[in-house]
Ligand binder design. Structure first.
Ligand code: URA
Length: 209
């Protein structure tokens, strides 16, 4: 089963309260989503492999640790996932960025991919899929399926707010994918919104509505 980590750090909870507020406008919403994403990147990269190196300081040799040549890819699910990319890149600026856009065909219920551009060596990279809202889990499940089809082997999912339903579906369909979430909320409502959630993350990020 997926390991599920709810990152309830005071800074993240404080910033989450700001973006939940319906009176927070797009500019601040975008800025704070970016800040939370940076803080989450810190937690998500906690298990990056390290190697020992000796560094000559002005005084003596220091036995240090550096991150090994681990390659990362950040893959936002369009469109709201884009809001999390810059915040993550602040901590891992050398990561490559792929994009996945998909929707569910209403008659066949099959995922239809309308955009997919990934780093060529995706199979060698640790992939961090980002989408602020894990609601039904449908898009995350389909996006991760597409990444695996293209060779991705090591995948994590990072979101801001999740419904318990979405966590369950994602961890059942992709038990090898660990999930990092800032808040697991109460439920989904009949319109597919997370309750209490923060509304439509894409609309709030981009000022559409
Ligand atoms: N997507 C959103 O942007 N918000 C929700 O509450 C659910 C899905």
């Amino acid at each position: 089963m997926s390991k599920v980590t709810e990152i309830n750090h005071p800074l993240i909870l404080h910033k989450l309260a700001i973006i939940r507020d319906k009176n927070t406008g797009s500019k601040e919403f975008r800025e704070v989503v970016e800040e939370i994403s940076t803080l989450m990147a810190y937690e998500v990269t906690r298990d990056l492999p390290m190697e020992d190196v000796d560094i000559e300081t002005p005084v003596a040799i220091a036995h240090c640790k550096t991150i090994t040549g681990k390659k990362l890819a950040i893959v936002p699910i369009l469109r709201a996932g884009i809001g999390m990319v810059d915040g993550m890149l602040k901590l891992v600026p050398a990561a490559k960025v792929g994009h996945i856009g998909l929707y569910r065909d209403e008659s066949t219920l099959q995922p239809v991919e309308y955009f997919c551009k990934l780093p060529k060596d995706i199979e060698e990279r640790d992939v961090i899929v980002v989408d602020p809202m894990l609601a039904t889990g449908g898009s995350a499940v389909d996006a991760i399926h597409m990444l695996k089809k293209r060779g991705a082997k090591s995948i994590k999912f990072v979101g801001l707010v999740a419904a318990p339903e979405g966590i369950k579906v994602l961890s059942e369909k992709h038990p090898d994918v660990d999930i990092f979430i800032a808040s697991i909320d109460e439920k989904l409502n009949e319109n597919g919104y997370i309750v209490p959630g923060l509304g439509d993350a894409g609309d709030r990020l981009f000022g559409t509505k």
